[in-house]
Design a protein around this ligand. Sequence first.
Ligand code: PLP
Length: 216
Amino acid sequence: MSITSNLLKIKDGLPENVDLVAVSKTKSTEEIMEAYKAGQRIFGENKIQEMSEKWAVLPKDIKWHMIGHVQRNKVKYMADFVDLVHGVDSLKLIQELDKQAKGSDRKIRCLLQISIAEEETKFGLSEEELWTIIHSDPRTQFANIQIVGLMGMATYTDNEQQLRTEFSYLRTLYGKLQSAMDGISILSMGMSSDYRLAIENGSNMVRIGSSIFGDR
Ligand SMILES: *Cc1c(COP(=O)(O)O)cnc(C)c1O
């Protein structure tokens, strides 16, 4: 199967309201260009350096999403161009994103990453930490970032019931956040192995790598 046919098949099966992030980490610019020529415009990377190297040489209408854990000292390298940062998990990171966005004269869109998996190695905020951030009124304090939704990574398991529980927990939290503030419209959950279940449980943005580009 080629990248083009994988991509078109996945896109075909997605509901209209669900955006596809093609996760291109470790993949070459040639492979990314094949997906681009097939119509894909949103690409996800998990390392800032790799993303900025690709951004420099690839078409400028690509929307680059930072989906990995963000190191604060590297934010400056993506502030000029990043379209959406999925893994925002602290007030300190929000501060740095705001500062660098201001320096680049931009507004950077962010998702707050929530810890939903049982594995402790996965990053993310607890519900309590989420509300602490929201109650600190980030919109007034940080004029150059825009919080637009939530992101989560489920446990790596094929236990469907567990996946449903984790995804629906995040969907509920997303609903509460929508009631608490305006402009919340993105719920990023689901990867190659679990995106159908994620969509059934309310996801409107899926991050798919290996099912498009092959194994890494
Ligand atoms: C790598 C990665 C993905 C994509 O994983 P696949 O299993 O290749 O689809 C999605 N989200 C995050 C945060 C990732 O790091």
